[in-house]
Design a protein around this ligand. Sequence first.
Ligand SMILES: NC(=O)c1ccc[n+]([C@@H]2O[C@H](COP(=O)([O-])OP(=O)(O)OC[C@H]3O[C@@H](n4cnc5c(N)ncnc54)[C@H](OP(=O)(O)O)[C@@H]3O)[C@@H](O)[C@H]2O)c1
Length: 245
Amino acid sequence: MKIAIVTGASKGIGKAIAVRLKNEGYNVIAISRTKSEVGDIIYETDVTDKENDFRIVKEIVNKFGRIDVLVNNAGFGIYGSFLDTSIDEEDYMIKTLFNAPLYFIKAVYPIMVRQREGNIINIISEAAYVATPKLIVYSAAKAALAHFTNALWAEARKYNVKVSGIYPGPVKTNFTSHPSFKNSEDKFSKYAVEPEKVANAVIKAIKSGKREIYVPSKLKIEPYFLKLSMIMQDFTYWIVSKYFS
Ligand SMILES: NC(=O)c1ccc[n+]([C@@H]2O[C@H](COP(=O)([O-])OP(=O)(O)OC[C@H]3O[C@@H](n4cnc5c(N)ncnc54)[C@H](OP(=O)(O)O)[C@@H]3O)[C@@H](O)[C@H]2O)c1
């Protein structure tokens, strides 16, 4: 039996990923603050609670003896000028977007190394590479997660553990329901793709172990910019990972 943990599985991208993994035959552990409708085991919890994240992973390993896939997806964004946003909310967003994946990976990675297989998949964002005005702290937190993902990729492959970052553009979800997006929702929905596209990218990551997978928006020229950026990144990481390995 293959075991997959999906954070933020109650709605949006995480729900689509959980459904897709279930269809692929995975036993899905769904984690979110409100109850997920999908998942074989459901945890209603906040991913920023470090001790709890470690406890969940321990419980899963005690029950099933292994973990095959971890998808760090839980997240939200705060939109607006840095003059107007709340530092407490930004603190909490950084903990959700960056610290929580760190906690789960810290708990899961040694198990996957011992197994000599597994996939760690982080749902990042194009905003990690395109520092985005009005998503200032969000894009910084995602950039931190992207760097962490890329650096871990180079280490983990020695143990046959595959680490991938998925970089969606706008996706049709509840992402813009945060009050800070008021009156700006259209900017995102115009070019947004279905969350199932991100779920497809997760399956691609599991099969290929690719370090970076982009899920471009419907904006026609975007894929060309992303491709160029990917080629440059690939080349850089190829050199850096050879040098530090
Ligand atoms: N939509 C986009 O345009 C887009 C583009 C690029 C990247 N992303 C990324 O994709 C991921 C999923 O976002 P989405 O678009 O699917 O948004 P969404 O529809 O609002 O779903 C977010 C999910 O994360 C969970 N979540 C948020 N904070 C949490 C916390 N502290 N603890 C536990 N669960 C938490 C939510 O569940 P509860 O509220 O029940 O806790 C929900 O299941 C995020 O990391 C986001 O940054 C989204």
